[in-house]
Design a protein around this ligand. Structure first.
Ligand code: PMP
Length: 407
């Protein structure tokens, strides 16, 4: 593989060139949303300049070009996660919509009083609340598997929860707070053995590692585009064909029907059955450009660079007096959550912002995880392949400085 040319990579991202409060931007909020390379921005721009039309409705040339862009993105995404067919991908506005689709269309009709949905304490609210809503409607309950001191899933406890009353299990592939990579293949094997469908929230995995849904062995895989270099309002739900075929439509409207009459309406085959209305066509043109970008760079190079960054950032953060790191999993993506003794997370984040450093403070849409640790919030520095060790140095120096201001 070619040497990782970080200067060239950074030059591809216009926003990384700007200053914030008179300081060069250090963008460490990548788990929240990634920045976009110029090629993605240009793909969206070009769509509106040259190809804009609605999908699937028109026979005219522009309509065909727009449809080709949209269906082309589906094909590229299918190969990106190694689905066996593009028809197993429902294009959505993001992970939240993907998970809600499974909750309402797949799960709700199957839930009876006393049924259980199993998840983990480290989930994002998007992988908790939809399950709670359908559980509440049907008299089912949601149970969460615990984690160990390193912030790794307690796999034995997870398996122990997989009783006969469990109708679905849902886990994150990678935690947005701890960076922990969950052993999805093993969990999928255990679920499969018991006939329990497994949904995996892949939001924080796809930006960092190649994903192969067939080899993972899960039933559903949810992805959001904006964390993987693509525009906001794009995402997907991958599901096994037999699940999609058994699922009734959730949103009704144009584009998802075969024949509509007041005597009765028939629906299109999956995946279009689940794609009512006009989608984010320009956004999906950007998705294709984002996948092109990942493939040009290659995940081998990305993973090597990011693992070095994570090791370096972890080592440097440990120099800060009174720093408590959350999440030290053996298999971990470059997300660092921490607190500094004697300083509020929000105060630190506000002062870091004045130094041009973007980190997130708060509960990271993971209230149960915060409760588990007994803290209201953490600071989170989440890195991407376009970050550098020099930025880590700037960040740690600034953290040392603002910490002293607050003590
Ligand atoms: N799951 C995880 C693990 C996430 O990190 C996020 C985004 N913070 C989501 C789900 C929700 O993604 P979106 O807001 O794009 O639907």
């Amino acid at each position: 593989a070619d040497r990782f040319d970080i200067d060239r990579v950074r030059a591809d991202f216009p926003l990384l060139q700007r200053e914030v409060h008179g300081k060069p931007l250090v963008y460490f909020d990548n788990a929240n949303t990634s920045q976009k390379p110029a090629s993605v921005i240009e793909a969206v721009d070009e769509h509106y300049r040259l190809h804009n039309a609605n999908v699937a409705r028109a026979v005219h040339e522009l309509g065909e070009e727009a449809t080709a862009a949209y269906e082309g993105a589906r094909d590229r995404l299918a190969r990106f996660i190694n689905a066996s067919s593009s028809q197993e991908l429902v294009l959505t506005s993001g992970t939240t919509q993907s998970i809600n689709l499974v909750a309402y269309s797949f799960l709700l009709p199957r839930l009876r009083p006393g049924d259980v949905i199993v998840t983990t304490v480290m989930e994002h609210h998007a992988n908790i609340v939809p399950w709670q809503i359908v559980a509440q409607r049907s008299g089912a309950t949601v149970k969460a598997a615990p984690i160990n001191a390193a912030g790794e899933l307690d796999v034995e406890a997870f398996i122990a929860l997989l009783g006969p009353e469990v109708k679905l299990a849902a886990v994150g592939h990678v935690s947005n707070v701890l960076g922990t990579v969950n052993p999805v293949r093993e969990l999928a094997r255990e679920c499969r053995r018991r006939g329990i469908p497994l949904l995996v929230d892949g939001s924080q995995a796809v930006p960092h590692r190649p994903v192969d849904v067939q080899s993972l062995g899960c039933d559903f895989y949810a992805v959001t585009g904006h964390k993987m270099l693509a525009p906001t309002g794009t995402g997907l739900l991958w599901a096994r064909k037999e699940h999609l075929q058994a699922m009734p439509p959730f949103f009704g409207g144009g584009e998802m029907i075969r024949e509509v009459s007041f005597e009765g309406t028939t629906f299109a085959d999956p995946p279009h059955r689940f794609e009512a209305g006009t989608p984010n066509i320009a956004g999906f043109a950007g998705v294709t450009a984002a996948i092109d970008y990942y493939e040009r760079l290659g995940f081998d190079a990305i993973r090597l660079w990011e693992s070095e960054l994570l090791a370096y950032a972890t080592e440097r953060l440990r120099e800060v007096p009174g720093l408590r790191l959350f999440g030290e999993a053996a298999d971990k993506e470059p997300v660092l959550s921490f607190l500094v003794e004697g300083a509020q997370a929000t105060d630190l984040a506000t002062l870091l912002d004045l130094e041009g450093i973007a980190v997130r403070s708060g509960h990271h849409c993971a209230h149960p995880l915060m409760a588990y640790y007994g803290v209201p919030a953490t600071l989170r520095a989440s890195l991407a392949f376009y970050n550098t060790p020099e930025e880590v140095d700037i960040f740690v120096a600034a953290l040392q400085k603002v910490r002293k201001l607050l003590l």
